[in-house]
Write a protein that binds this ligand. Sequence first.
Ligand SMILES: [Zn+2]
Ligand SMILES: [Zn+2]
Length: 210
Amino acid sequence: MTTTQIQNLPTEMKAWQVTTPGPIDGAESPLAFVTKPVPTPERGEVLVKVLACGVCHTDLHVTEGDLPVHHEHVTPGHEIVGEVVATGPETSRFQLGDRIGIPWLRWTCGVCEFCRSGRENLCPNSLYTGWDHDGGYAEYVTAPEGFSYRIPDQFDNITAAPLLCAGIIGYRAYHRANLPAGGRLGLYGFGGSAHITAQIALDQAWKSTC
Ligand SMILES: [Zn+2]
Ligand SMILES: [Zn+2]
């Protein structure tokens, strides 16, 4: 199978990129608003037109240089909701027009001990959206279909976007806490993840009493 795409797909797009990592409030902004080519989906990837992209503190770490540069002039952003506008070779999961989410974890090797035991977030070969590869502060972005999520209709774009990093992290922590029915849950710090986890926990508590 080869690439399938919508008609009239542009060849260029607007995007933010990290020109030189540094303080976001410094004399020179580390970010630049540029025109660059619309990326082409590679084997197993889809091309998405970005509809919404959340802001995570890790985007600030990438932009300010707290994290080492993995991809020069990278476009940050890894809480992405968008519409599939092209499917690359050897893809089958999504159709043109599908609304999907692209998370922080972009790819893992699939064969290491962590990947094979459901702990792929610990994979030593993992790649990340908006750090190793261009992210969602752009009009278009590519992602492996196997690491993307179908977005249920009941979520609008802006509501769904933070679930792609803050939500996933919080849900995993909540799951690992293995909270017994009627148990107490402590949330330490109250950032993007905890405010979502609190809602999930309350929802689960409500369901367990019905
Ligand atoms: Zn994040
Ligand atoms: Zn692995």
